[in-house]
Design a protein around this ligand. Structure first.
Ligand code: ZN
Length: 240
């Protein structure tokens, strides 16, 4: 049975890397705002399309509208880590998992206890003044009336989240590629592997123990040692 095979692969390795997409967070009831079932298609009463509101140029030109949308649709402060987050944190504690690489910005891996988390798209928990670079916690953003401004210099505070038109942090990306390149086992979950950078990241893996866990099939299924087309929380819960 596949689960038994996965247990054996994990048992024999101490160099596992996990790469996760939005599907990891949807099981904590955070919508996948880039997928067909996500926010983009469910919200029809918005003033602007979400992909426009989450762009760098919109942040600059319509900062208040950006924050109205961001605070109400992008922040899920009550979300809790699910079985996938918990299992990955446990594998790291056991010395088996080297890194979690995520496209999610919700901080749930850290909340579950993971320590080495590479956030390709940043985190809502970090915010910086665009003028003096002072750090602000999420609460500061949420408690501001409309546009959060720096209490030191008055500059506009921006979430450390990669918006459309912005490039990924090359330092984080390069570290992620190194972990994937050096990994013995690569577990990919909650992503259909169709969009950048996910599709490119897979190419850096040289091993023969690629594990894919995604509710729908992906173009890499045939290359994987094991494929699970089901809930990632359900699968990972069974291996720890
Ligand atoms: Zn400032």
């Amino acid at each position: 049975m596949s689960i038994e095979k996965l247990k054996n692969i994990i048992e024999e390795s101490n160099n596992i890397v996990f790469f996760g997409g939005a599907g990891v967070s949807t099981e904590s009831n955070i919508p996948d705002f880039r997928s067909a079932s996500g926010l983009y298609t469910t919200e029809n009463n918005l003033k602007y399309p979400p992909e426009m509101m989450l762009s760098h140029s919109f942040f600059v030109s319509h900062t208040k509208d950006f924050y109205d949308f961001y605070k109400t649709k992008m922040i899920y402060k009550d979300a809790k880590p699910n079985d996938a987050h918990i299992a990955l944190a446990e594998l790291e504690r056991r010395g088996k998992l080297k890194a979690v690489i995520t496209q999610n910005i919700d901080g749930l891996h850290q909340m579950a206890g993971s320590e080495n988390v590479l956030e390709l798209h940043g985190s809502v928990y970090r915010n910086y003044c665009t003028e003096c670079n002072k750090y602000f916690a999420l609460d500061y953003i949420m408690k501001s009336d409309s546009v959060p401004t720096c209490d030191q210099c008055g500059g506009i505070v921006k979430p450390d989240v990669v918006l459309y038109e912005e490039s990924l942090d090359m330092n984080v990306l390069n570290r992620a590629l190194k972990y994937i390149h050096d990994a013995d086992v690569l577990i990919i979950g909650g992503t259909s592997l169709t969009v950048y950078p996910a599709a490119n990241l897979v190419q850096y893996y040289n091993g023969n123990k690629l594990i894919l866990i995604n509710k729908s099939q992906t173009q890499y299924d045939s290359r994987a040692a094991l494929t699970f087309n089901e809930s990632i929380g359900k699968v990972l819960k069974q291996v720890i």
